[in-house]
Design a protein around this ligand. Sequence first.
Ligand code: LMR
Length: 413
Amino acid sequence: MLSRFRVVEVGPPIEVFAVNEQYLKDTFDQKVNLSVGAYRTDEGKPWVLPVVRKTEKQLADDEALNHEYLPVLGLQACSSAATRMLLGAESRALLEGLAFGVQTLSGTGALRVGAEFLHRQLKYTTFYYSSPTWENHHLVFTNAGFAEPRQYRYWNSETRSLDLDGFLEDLRAAPKDSVIILHACAHNPTGCDPTSEQWTQIADVIEEKQLFPFFDSAYQGFASGDLEKDAWAVRYFADRGFEFVCAQSFAKNFGLYNERVGNLTVVVNNAVHLQPMKSQLTLIVRGMYSNPPNHGGRIVATVLNNPQLFEEWKESVRTMAKRILDMRKGLKERLEKLGTPGTWDHIVTQIGMFSYTGLSPQQVKHLTEKYHIYLLKSGRINMCGLTTKNIDYVAKAIHETVLDVPGDSINKI
Ligand code: LMR
């Protein structure tokens, strides 16, 4: 009998996980993984934050806790603390009761729940994402029913900086009610964020053209080590009275990658809409996964709501941000010392987990095949994959690669 599944074709691989797999299979002892965006210690190991470990032990010993279902919109203690962390305790939207949170399956789940809501309830169909962006934005929004994916210009490969004119021009041409995905900080993959002056101009156009801002905040604290600074853009939009949503992830800043804890913050300009919105969000979540898991949400809630644990966590966030800054400086210095052709300032001016090196796909291939260094085709490297032990090796490999494979590069060296 012929199988009904014969119509199913193999889909394209997910690059970031495929490259990570390749790295894991490689037996070369000097191999380096600069692919998937996950923090590593200077020993190249994943890091369970001490405050997370401590909280987990405390939760495991707490006889008052059980495994009952969470509410459909998640643990209130988690979502309210996450919303406060994003908007700031003094936020006008919070003080006036115009904001709330929904605990989600990490940042991706928040994007999906938010997109489903905007598509089903407001009938929005067009979304814009930066060129380039995190490769999953497209899939999440189209799976949520958005039929019109579009890109706005973001990266100028000549100047290795923001293409503000292109960005604003594309926003001006966007149809009313287009959803604009904005990286709150530490833009993935370029590591290049608008300045506050540039955010002002972006906000002006979004307001004027009646577009809808959808922030993606996956790196609060990670970019600068400072939670407040990394939330500047989101808070600016809130202070200006915009209605918007923001997907928050606690994968990176809590190191809770596989616990899938996130939050969808919703900001409105009239509290009368909150109850209907919450009831519709409840139905969306109920129809997708019924209710979120407890463990990660409980950790985040415990830490964010306890002043002492909160301080300990902020210290760990600073440790991670600082190690990344040290690696940026170290890589730039080494490339300059080696006399590697090109300029390398962008490695220190970009912020967050990633650097958009400017290496071409051919150079990336060479780095992987000859030196066993794994990175994305776009030239994006995870700065956390660099350590004091492998940074000389990586710098030398980049140096030799740039000389051996001159770039007919899309991101020109
Ligand atoms: C990344 O960009 O490498 C991470 O955010 C992992 C992912 O899910 O793509």
